[in-house]
Design a binder for this molecule. Structure first.
Ligand SMILES: Cc1ncc(COP(=O)(O)O)c(C=O)c1O
Length: 455
């Protein structure tokens, strides 16, 4: 057993000793970062950051879509007829995917560097642009280091394969982790599939014992933590549950962390950029970033781009770079994506009105309905799969792109419509949406004619 005081220190020691065994030859220190040719000022993808005080026409680009209308006849050329729709099903909460600065950064990076070096980050895929994005995200989450992975899914599985490495490389026998050397991982019942798959891999390699606690049930978590005598304990939760739209009881988790001395890992996939003054997620809102050991997130939702990240200590980041399988055995993100994500993170920080706007939409939705939504993810459970498909068809017919959420994303009896609100939706959009929803979800609005003309 490692003789240190706090759980955080114990974990740092375990991670450090695993890293010392993995990187015996100091490979990471030797590996040079790739520096691309310096562009002229006007070609530099990150040189200018144009921000705005309010929405522009570009904000509607990803909302006002067209879909193929399979119900109607084809055009004279045999092409399917297109139908206009308003999107209420994406995760681009701040509408950054079409922000002029983000588009420009991506286009400039493509013109200057093409897709960039194509290989795994550990071979030649990591450039100083990747590094700059990692530094920015680490700072945003008040951590010493950060790893950028190709997707949020890859970020979670990379973290769990690294956690598995902590068990393996601290075990007395490299071949088999003894039962008392395993890591006990406590996971919320509604955590994202990427967490579940990461945990399955750890179980498969006999590195972990996984305990699933009832959704957000802190009494249950407390109880199973109390009865677990494994030394290495980890709790993992989504910060905002992607299908339910409810927040994890983060302050209670922090209290339990004090009591049970576990490593606390929070997946801020749906809250990064959306919550907190600087977009640092719910951990920033509650100013508890120093009590959360590892923060996972994605650049694919409110970041409007693609990619995932793990904000953590330097020891963790070193180990992830060596053993995080979905980080090392896959090609690093292309440069236009990295430049766009860096710019999106900067814009999200500077254009605070976007965050205000998306929360205004949530309040407006609540005012228009009886629904107690607390986040931009509004989960409307309708019943079985057929009921959800019927409701979604109705919404599509009315011109609202709201899709049915079915197994395996949710249980068969809790199929639903998942409505997502963004900064660029208007009050008028919401009024139309709610009227259409009320026609397929009875009782959503007490009496339609009571929907106020003005909010
Ligand atoms: C909580 C959570 N974590 C991770 C992911 C995966 O992120 P990405 O889409 O970037 O792979 C998602 C995506 O739905 C998610 O909801």
């Amino acid at each position: 057993m490692v003789e240190t005081s706090s759980a955080a220190e114990m974990w740092e020691a375990w991670v450090g000793s695993a890293y010392a065994k993995v990187d015996k030859n100091g490979f990471l220190g030797y590996l040079p970062k790739i520096c691309l040719p310096r562009p002229n000022a006007d070609e530099d993808p990150l040189a200018e950051l144009e921000t705005f005080d309010g929405p522009g026409p570009w904000d509607r680009t990803s909302l006002e879509i067209e879909v193929e209308d399979s119900q109607t006849l084809r055009t004279a050329d045999g092409e399917p007829v297109r139908k206009k729709m308003l999107l209420f099903s994406g995760n681009d909460y701040l509408n950054l995917s079409s922000h002029p600065a983000v588009c420009r950064a991506s286009a400039k990076a493509a013109l200057a560097y093409g897709m960039g070096p194509r290989s795994s980050a550990l071979v030649s895929g990591q450039t100083e642009y990747h590094r700059q994005l990692e530094i920015l995200l680490a700072e945003m989450h008040q951590k010493k280091a950060c790893i950028v992975a190709p997707t949020g899914f890859a970020a979670n599985t990379a973290f769990f394969s690294t956690l598995g490495g902590v068990a393996t490389h601290n075990a007395a026998s490299k071949k088999l982790v003894a039962p008392q050397e395993k890591i006990a991982v406590f996971s919320d019942a509604l955590n994202h599939a990427s967490i579940i798959d990461g945990l399955c891999l750890m179980e498969r390699h006999q590195q972990a014992v996984v305990y699933v606690y009832r959704h957000s049930d802190m009494a249950h978590l407390d109880e199973i933590l109390s009865s677990c005598d494994l030394e290495k304990k980890v709790v993992i939760t989504d910060s905002l549950f992607s299908m339910e739209g409810d927040f994890a009881p983060i302050l209670e988790l922090v209290q339990l962390r004090e009591k049970h001395r576990f490593l606390l890992v929070v997946d801020e996939a749906h809250t990064a950029f959306v919550c907190g003054r600087n977009g640092g997620g719910i951990c920033e809102v509650y100013r508890i970033q120093n009590q959360i050991d590892v923060i996972v997130g994605t650049l694919s939702k409110a970041g409007g781009c693609l990619g995932g990240f793990i904000a953590c200590s330097e020891k963790w980041s070193n180990l992830i770079r060596c053993v995080g399988r979905s980080y090392i055995f896959t090609t690093a993100s292309p440069l236009p994506i990295i430049a766009a994500a860096y710019t999106a993170a900067m814009v999200a920080r500077k254009e605070g009105w976007r965050r205000q706007a998306v929360w205004n939409r949530v309040h407006e939705f609540v005012a228009l309905t009886n629904h107690p939504a607390t986040s931009p993810i509004v989960s409307l459970v309708v019943g079985d799969e057929n009921a959800a498909i019927l409701a979604s068809k109705h919404m599509l017919e009315k011109g609202f792109h709201v899709t049915a959420i079915r197994p395996p994303a949710v249980s068969p009896d809790a199929c639903r419509l998942r409505v997502t609100l963004t900064a660029a939706h208007t009050k008028e959009d919401l009024r139309g949406l709610v009227t259409a929803l009320d026609q397929c979800i009875p009782g959503l609005v007490p009496q339609v004619d009571r929907v106020p003309a003005r909010l």
